[in-house]
Design a protein around this ligand. Sequence first.
Ligand code: AMP
Length: 435
Amino acid sequence: MINAPEGTRDLLPDEAAFWKEFQRIAADEFGKYGYVAIDTPIIEQTELFVRGIGEATDVVSKEMFTAISGENLKTLLGGGHIKGKSRLSLRPEGTAGVVRAVLQHDLVPQGAAPAKLMYAGPMFRAERPQKGRQRQFNQVGVECLGADDPTIDAEGIIMLMRFFERVGFAASDITLLVNSMGCDQCRPAYRELVREHLQAHADDLCETCLSRMELNPLRSFDCKNPDCAAIMETAPRITDHLCDECRDHYSRVRRLLDGAEIAYREDSRLVRGLDYYTRTVFEVQIADNDHAQNAIGGGGRYDRLAEEVGGRAMPGFGFALGYERCAIALAERGLMFPTARRCDVFVACATDDARDAAFELAQLCRDQAISTELDHQGRSLKSQFKLADKLNARFVVILGSDELSQGLVKIRNMVNHDEQLVDVQLAVATLGSLM
Ligand code: AMP
């Protein structure tokens, strides 16, 4: 028996239906703000993620799955070298691919309105699997390219919070953390201050923080080691070192959120794991969660990413939310909305010689857009009724030999148990009028 790979999950039919509904609500909510769907490949050139997300990030340096074609595998095993364009990775996140597509197809020509795009689908990270941390997981995300106005950040955060409300979270279930990470003008000097702070406490840092001190000192804000956490408590705060433009941008975002009565907490230690963020960053956490994986969504502004991946300068903003973590939190609250399978009509036969007629009638119903099921296993009439119940059929059509010989069928309403005999020729029309 071969099971699903470690860190992956099957979404069985009930949950697959829930995931579809989850995506539908997202598309509906984000659509109100002008976001439209985009679908980019699951594999991209590795270089895109290296340049876009950053070589020193955990996601790129440790967690990326490389995709190797059969031909390239042979080359590798033969001691050969795979050329740049053929070096492919499974996408660990959605932003880099969407930005690549926007640049490649020039979706935001000079002077055009921003592109507002949304996606939903699987992402891949070779992490150590645990509850809420998988190797393949689903994200819903949005990206807005071509505008740096704080209104984009604010409306993005607002629509994400509206989405969480719509899937069932109460305001008290979730916490929104916001911060600004500054820009190319102010962050390098700040990063240097943090590096100096780490340097001064180098003797007490964990191995990881020590090793990333030079390349990526801001990552230490995320370190779970208690000694490092204590050291970072006293580290300089980015919000004390923002340039004037970044300070204005950040205060306008907060004002707009205040105006929309969105509750949030400022957290100057919030630095997100990917290198591309500038200015606004935010994260949504499950409030009372005792799991380690309490972040259900997050994102921010990335005004430098388009250039990093080789395009022209183009400001951007986006977020991604993790479906599985939301589903776990919703299930814990009994809020996983029911997605019971339903069929409108079940065609049952009282005798075996009515089976072909049942098959035909079922097909006629389906062709009139009535979802219809019938028995495929030679069940008794009693057991067909049980099945119809299980499928939540609203009506059962019974084909009995006596009735059929008179050209009639019986339609039973499974909710109020009313029954009527109708001409077999009129059965579909009658059922249609009952829908
Ligand atoms: P990130 O791209 O890391 O900002 O992640 C955005 C969201 O995706 C997080 O808030 C999580 O909800 C979800 N997520 C990230 N990594 C994983 C993972 N390994 N397994 C499940 N969900 C994840």
